[in-house]
Design a protein around this ligand. Sequence first.
Ligand code: ADP
Ligand code: MG
Length: 281
Amino acid sequence: MIYSLSEVTRSYQTRSGPVNAVAGLSFEVRKGERLALVGPSGAGKTTLFRLLNATLRPSGGILRFDGRDVASLAGRDLRAMRRRIGTIYQQHHLVPSLSALENTLCGRLGSWSLLHTIRSAIRPGRQEAEQAVATLESVGLADKRFARADELSGGQQQRLAIARVLMQDPDVILADEPFASLDPALTESIGSLLLNIAEKERRTLVVTLHDVEMALRYFPRLVALQDGRLAFDAPSAEVSPEALEALYSRYSSSSETASSEFEQPDGPNCSDPKFQRNCAR
Ligand code: ADP
Ligand code: MG
């Protein structure tokens, strides 16, 4: 098992008292599995997502990553865990002023030593540059490698965010609403890209989706949340229209939380000016 959750909870302190965003979740994810986390807005998908990439800690219960209790990890062990998890955020967190190639190279920052980072800031390793070009090729962006990230279209930025994660060579890819701002044609191509990449390299893929149609189409397993609890966990082929109707019928009144309200994840963060300097050559 890559993930094992046992009665995991996560609460937030708000002005009107504590909110249980995730309330007693238990499920497991096998290595190489592809699953979608679905549920209405406010169901706790992003919170669970951030528990899975260890940028949030559980308030209760036990979350194990590859057999180890995440709560017991700190310092080097925690960083090592995070390096094995590639996260694609809805907002991409690309560095707008850097080229596609430089943004892709940023995927490596987490695994570099300080010395290597300083050296790379002066001159990128040839092998790394070649690998970054190959990675850009795999997402169909080789011809855009010298374009600035802010000159790319929404779909191209999404593919660049995927390239950066691939450069990290993670065991697990987590993506939060990766299709939210894409038109249907792009959703199709990026959806297949993500799945092919996960399948080819046997990476575990966990994607949050509010759109259940998409989830059913692309993912063999659905884990559905409602008010922070497990509504159902089933193979897509076995999910009944009734279960889906029940999931979305009591549509939560709480609105989508902007990710800027969250604490910033640590680990490689290309929006950090320090990393921008290191990446910019
Ligand atoms: P989803 O991604 O499914 O829309 P979230 O995990 O963003 O759900 O939110 C789940 C619940 O937790 C919501 O009620 C939301 O308002 C609340 N919540 C999320 N983040 C915070 C936060 N930083 N502070 C307080 N409440 C939060
Ligand atoms: Mg969300």
